[in-house]
Design a protein around this ligand. Structure first.
Ligand code: TXD
Length: 319
């Protein structure tokens, strides 16, 4: 059986980590694309030179040409810029929207059958635009945010309770931003929901609120520490788990930004919800019951995403 082909569009900090993880897991041959000459080629060669040490058989290459992604089974998109001092959110939105237009055209031409995972920020609006620019089926274009946000929450809780991360389940839903919604009812330690753990005296409501707040600001916490960029290890690991679920038809239940067709009362927008990822891409959206407060927070989060999509549509009338 021929190996899968994985195209990484954007070979910066997350792109490089994606390539390394995909190699270590032997997910397939890897093509690294970037507009910056030498970066994808250099990273691909560096990782290839580590493969004899770790014993993984994959081919890695770097390119500035979309032709090289031809026939990719998975495309993971990190291309774009992050906000720099003096730039407004709309500036960033405008620049990355143009990048999504180029990436969408490249995928449409050379990898129309791929499962596409978008990571570029502002995530929920960019994945929405990318699906439209690429014209790929909506179930084959998803955004990565919820796996990362939930993983941060799981880590904080495992630390708080001094239990294995393997026994913590968590769902963080909604848009990828300050408005994201951690769901207490479906956050558990070995199946015991957080509200029960509070009753059992393991923690307090206030402490849980603090942890939720740290989760919402998890990206900012890393930026403040690194100073020169944003998180890349955990975002890359999160996207790789989504790619693996697709390539190995694992039917994993993961919180992802998916196109909603009336679920959660939302039409044709990408918002983070639990979804089954398997060989059919985003196979089935799971509509969970939320508390009234969570429902309200989710609606506010979706409204923030809608506003960003409207700004995009104002900039790019072809959307
Ligand atoms: O949860 C999430 N979704 C996120 C999102 C978590 C962390 C970071 N998140 C966002 O991912 C972040 O705000 C950025 O928008 C992306 C990528 O983050 P990364 O840290 O990898 O950024 P880099 O290192 O700046 O890499 C971006 C690369 C860089 O090498 C550019 O040369 C390239 O993108 N780039 C392009 N590649 C192809 N085509 C075009 N047009 C292009 N423009 C820039």
């Amino acid at each position: 059986m021929a190996r899968n082909k994985i195209a990484l569009i954007g070979s910066g900090m997350i792109g490089g980590t994606l390539a390394h993880l995909a190699g270590l897991k032997e997910l397939g041959d890897i093509v690294m694309f970037d507009i910056a000459e030498g970066i994808p080629e250099g990273k691909a060669l560096d990782i290839a030179e580590s493969s004899p040490v770790d014993g993984f058989d994959v081919k890695l290459s770097g390119t500035q040409s979309y032709e090289a992604i031809e026939g990719a089974d998975v495309c993971i998109i990190t291309a774009g810029v992050a906000r720099k001092p003096g730039m407004s959110r709309d500036d960033l939105l405008g620049i990355n929207l143009k990048v999504m237009e180029q990436v969408g055209a490249g995928i449409k031409k050379y990898a129309p059958n791929a499962f596409v995972i978008c990571i570029t920020n502002p995530l929920d609006a960019m994945v929405w635009a990318l699906q439209k620019f690429s014209g790929l089926p909506k179930n084959m274009v998803v955004g990565m945010a919820g796996v990362l946000d939930s993983s941060r929450l799981k880590h904080f809780l495992a630390d708080e309770f001094d239990v294995s991360i393997k026994d913590v389940t968590a769902f963080v839903l909604g848009g990828h931003g300050d408005t994201m919604v951690p769901i207490a009812k479906y956050t558990t330690v070995a199946g015991i929901p957080l509200p029960d753990l509070i009753k059992m005296g393991w923690t307090t409501k206030d402490r849980v609120e603090e942890i939720f707040d740290r989760t919402r600001k998890g990206g900012g916490e890393i930026v403040a520490l690194l100073k020169t960029g944003s998180a890349y290890y955990a975002p890359a690991a999160s996207a790789i788990s989504m790619a693996e679920a697709y390539l190995r038809d694992q039917k994993r239940v993961l919180p992802c930004a998916v196109n909603l067709k009336g679920e959660y009362g939302i039409q044709d927008m990408y918002v983070g919800v639990p979804v089954i990822i398997g060989a059919g891409g985003a196979e089935r959206v799971i509509e969970i019951e939320m508390s009234k407060a969570d429902e309200k927070a989710f609606a506010a989060s979706a409204a923030a995403v809608a506003e960003l999509c409207e700004t995009c549509a104002g900039i790019a009338p072809n959307l």
